[in-house]
Design a protein around this ligand. Structure first.
Ligand code: MN
Ligand code: MN
Length: 467
């Protein structure tokens, strides 16, 4: 047999677009870089599990890199690094470019909120000598996945006098955790007839938080009272303080390599910290960009980006208006010339459930970061749908830097759908496309990503900022 390529092989190479495994593009050295990069990512995952904790983490890292709080009254010069902390729940990192924003900014937008269980405003109750929290789930979860597993409590409470107290219980070794109980299989005859999505109902997501009563000869709800006593001793709070609180329950599961080859990472909340981290690190690492770079890590994406910390609000627009004003430009002109990667995850092909994907147009783990031209549902409803021109531009940036990338559609036509922050940025007259990491078990308490894909997403953000 000859080693020479046939005419068909040669023509195929020239004309056909084939999906490539990262290993075709990544050297051993680059793969080592990917693994090293992911050790930092794993630290971030373990440390910052909520939007508030992500903001705290990023401020600390940014300040260590020389970023200073943004002051809209100041004039900045090329290379200056700033951050804008929006209410402790979303953050903008920016590095001033040599051209400033005169030709627009390069924006990477990711989100730092993840699906979880929020406490209701008056969550605490006692029933049958057990104390519980009532919850209202946040974002798209399959409720049955959240029972019978350890949960930790994160957030903030504002006390009567206006002071605030941070809560973080159940992450450190030895700390207590919390749990939602499920019915035993011996007695689930009726429950097992429910459709899967109603296997556990919203009002059944009750968190077990105590069972020992306050010692007293008389009185009712003494288990609840005892829990309040513990909380009061530890945090100085009373039951009324839950009304002015944002408390979130997340899986208390360890971030871990997955597989004998350690190629994957299992963790809660990859969506979308797996893009937020690369977006931030790229902003930290690009030195002296041509155009001002903006990395925005937003809150509220999982519930539609509404609210003043979400990207459907004006906080990013106002930030860009401020930059424009400093240079004597109109904010709207700067926005019109700006470009954005909406850095968010896509659903990786899962061979156990092949039917929900179009195999010719879905993304696959280990094939690099995924460019998603459009999301939406039922005939592209609710998406910004990137233009051919902008797709062409992004493709050229990634190819010229040898970044491993692929194309992905969010599931087969009419199988479901979803959205990202892309459309809210596009609605500001910015060119936008989604780019991010393929995920398995998206929105489950434990999600899976590939280390190689995380790294190519980082490289994509970096090269985009530099472009
Ligand atoms: Mn997302
Ligand atoms: Mn999501």
């Amino acid at each position: 047999m000859s080693n020479e390529k046939s005419a068909a092989d040669l023509l195929k190479e020239e004309l056909c677009f084939e999906k490539k495994h990262f290993s075709v593009q990544m050297s051993d050295e680059e793969l080592k870089n990917a693994d090293d990069f992911c050790e930092g990512y794993k630290d971030f995952l373990a440390t910052a599990k909520t939007e508030r904790e992500c903001v705290d983490y990023m401020i600390e890292k940014a300040e260590a890199k020389g970023f200073l709080p943004f002051d809209s009254k100041k004039a900045y010069k090329a290379g200056d690094k700033v951050y804008y902390n929006n209410r402790g729940k979303s953050i903008i990192l920016a590095v001033m470019g040599k051209k400033g924003v005169s030709e627009g900014a390069k924006i990477v937008a990711a989100h730092i909120d993840s699906p979880r269980l929020d406490l209701k405003p008056t969550p605490l109750y006692e029933n049958s000598d057990l104390a519980y929290f009532k919850t209202h789930y946040y974002g798209g979860i399959k409720k049955y996945q959240w029972v019978a597993m350890p949960l930790s409590l994160h957030g903030v409470m504002i006390k009567k006098d206006g002071t605030s107290v941070k809560i973080n219980i159940g992450e450190k070794k030895g700390e207590p955790k919390f749990v939602i109980t499920d019915l035993l299989p011996h007695l689930d005859k009726e429950q097992s007839k429910r459709p899967l999505l109603e296997g556990i109902k919203g009002e059944e997501l009750n968190i077990l938080i105590g069972s020992r009563p306050f010692k007293s000869d008389s009185g009712s709800e003494l288990v609840k009272l005892n829990v309040l006593k513990i909380l009061n001793e530890k945090y100085g709070v009373t039951e009324k303080d839950f009304i002015s609180a944002e408390l979130e329950l997340v899986p208390a599961l360890e971030v871990s390599d997955i597989g004998f080859d350690r190629s994957l990472i299992g963790a809660y909340g990859h969506d979308d910290r797996v893009c937020a981290y690369p977006a931030a690190i790229a902003a930290f690492n690009v030195e002296e960009p041509e155009h001002t770079l903006i990395s925005v890590l937003a809150d509220k994406e999982e519930i539609g980006s509404d609210g003043n910390t979400g990207l459907n609000s004006a906080f990013m627009k106002y930030f860009i208006y401020d930059l424009a004003k400093m240079e004597g430009l109109e904010g709207r002109d700067v926005l019109s010339m700006s470009e954005c990667l909406s850095a968010d995850v896509n659903a990786g092909f899962d061979p156990t459930f092949p039917s929900v994907h179009d195999k010719y147009n879905c993304c696959t783990l280990n094939h690099g970061c995924v460019i998603t031209k459009y999301t939406g549902a039922r005939g592209k409803s609710g998406t910004s749908d990137a233009s051919a021109e902008f797709m062409g531009k992004i493709r050229r940036i990634l190819d010229s830097a040898n970044v491993s990338w692929q194309i992905g559609e969010l599931g087969a036509v009419d199988e479901g759908g979803g959205g990202t922050v892309a459309k809210y940025v596009a609605n500001l007259n910015v060119d936008v496309v989604d780019l991010g990491v393929p995920v398995l078990s998206m929105h489950a308490p434990y999600e899976i990503v590939s280390k190689a894909d995380v790294y190519s997403t980082y490289r994509a953000c970096y090269e985009f900022f530099k472009s």
